[in-house]
Design a protein around this ligand. Structure first.
Ligand SMILES: Cc1cc2nc3c(=O)[nH]c(=O)nc-3n(C[C@H](O)[C@H](O)[C@H](O)COP(=O)(O)O)c2cc1C
Length: 367
């Protein structure tokens, strides 16, 4: 039996295998942000096909400023608990675990939404791909983010989910605090890495108080902004953040990278050979050697061979997939039964589609 089918524990959460469905915004929520029936079908298909840990698409904790895209799911109010309770129930039926990813968009808002609001961010740094210049958050507004994230974490528990994941990646709000590129503040929320991570510390402490100390808090952490050099998130900052998160009781760290501004760094295209897979393996290895909690690797994992070597070599404890499970929601079941040894995903990114999550190049093979 492959090492990928060995169970693992994330805090008190026992997971039946090493496969994670990485958070994937499906653009299929109801217009008010609640869970739609089409979404229930997506989660059922994943749970029924052996995915051990399912992480929802990022759910916004504050309305309207926290919302990144239309038809994104929300968790800023107790009325959203019901929909998540349904998904958690579906996961439980099949022995899968369900974790809600929670986020604030900050400045990384789709331009169609930014017509009606002025996005906010740690600092007023223009996002070059959209031209959006956010308004700098006030101290009171930052305290509001802490309250809203913590309340969302408590709602995840109230919904019967197995845990919650803070989205500290891909250029969204919390990663804007972490990066010196987007956080130019000179108060206690900016400057040193201690100050740039202060909001994370406050959210986790308050969230654990509200949700209960034993409720697993996971994070998806940027290992890079997608830009190198001074003025951007450095590898030293990342290691320091990982250690801090562990000391605050975080149960697992999923390692990713990139921002929308940096282009193709989060979901790289044309992953067609094993040597192109696992593109954040180096960062995962560095984080894994700095902490003792489970590390999850995401980014370009396609073949069973590479996924096994990630776990066997101690690069990470679990492997997370997004696009391959859009094309083949039954991929893990196929791996388990020996029907497949590699995903057929061609990494074209056509699944990034506001019309709704689907593989829009189903018949196509990679170049
Ligand atoms: C359509 C789509 C939506 C995504 N939504 C999210 C999200 O809500 N939260 C998140 O952390 N990452 C999101 N991602 C990024 C993926 O979780 C993952 O980190 C990235 O695509 C690399 O993994 P892959 O090669 O397995 O796709 C999304 C990716 C895609 C393709």
């Amino acid at each position: 039996m492959s090492i990928l089918f060995k169970p693992i524990s994330i805090g008190k959460m026992a997971v039946k295998n090493r496969f994670v469905r990485s958070a994937t915004n499906d653009y299929l929520g109801n217009p008010d942000g609640s869970i739609s029936d089409r979404e229930l079908d997506i989660y059922r298909e994943l749970a029924a096909n052996e995915v051990g840990l399912i992480i929802t698409g990022h759910s916004y904790v504050q309305h309207p400023l926290g919302r990144a895209s239309a038809n994104q799911n929300a968790i800023y109010h107790d009325r959203f608990i019901e929909g998540y309770a349904k998904i958690a129930g579906i996961a439980r039926e099949y022995g899968a675990r369900l974790v809600i990813q929670v986020s604030h968009a900050g400045r990384q808002v789709r331009p169609d939404l930014a017509r009606d609001i002025v996005p906010v961010a740690p600092s007023a740094v223009t996002e070059k791909t959209t031209g959006i210049t956010p308004r700098e958050l006030t101290n009171e507004e930052i305290l509001g983010w802490i309250d809203d994230f913590a309340a969302a974490m408590a709602r995840a528990r109230a919904a019967g989910c197995d845990g919650v994941q803070l989205h500290i990646a891909h250029g969204y709000g919390l990663s804007q605090f972490l990066s010196p590129h987007t956080n130019r503040r000179t108060d206690r929320w900016g400057g040193s890495i201690e100050n740039r991570t202060r909001i994370l510390r406050e959210i986790i402490l308050k969230g654990r108080r509200l949700a209960g100390d034993d409720f697993p808090v996971l994070v998806k952490l940027n290992s890079t902004d997608g830009f190198d050099g001074p003025g951007y998130l450095s590898p030293e900052d990342v290691i320091c953040t990982a250690k801090l998160l562990e000391s605050l009781g975080v149960a697992a760290i999923e390692v990713s990278g990139g921002t929308r501004e940096a282009g193709g760094s989060m979901s790289r295209t044309n992953i067609l050979r094993p040597d192109q897979e696992a593109y954040y393996a180096g960062a995962a290895r560095a984080i894994k050697s700095a902490v003792s909690i489970p590390v999850i690797l995401v980014g370009g994992l396609r073949s069973l061979e590479v996924m096994e070597s990630v776990v066997e070599s101690g690069t990470a404890d679990m492997v997370a997939l997004s696009r391959p499970l859009v094309r083949e929601p039954d991929l893990v079941a196929k791996f388990k039964s020996g029907r497949s040894r590699t995903a057929s995903c061609i990494s074209c990114n056509a699944c990034f589609n506001p019309r709704g999550l689907a593989c829009y190049n189903r018949g196509k093979k990679g170049e």
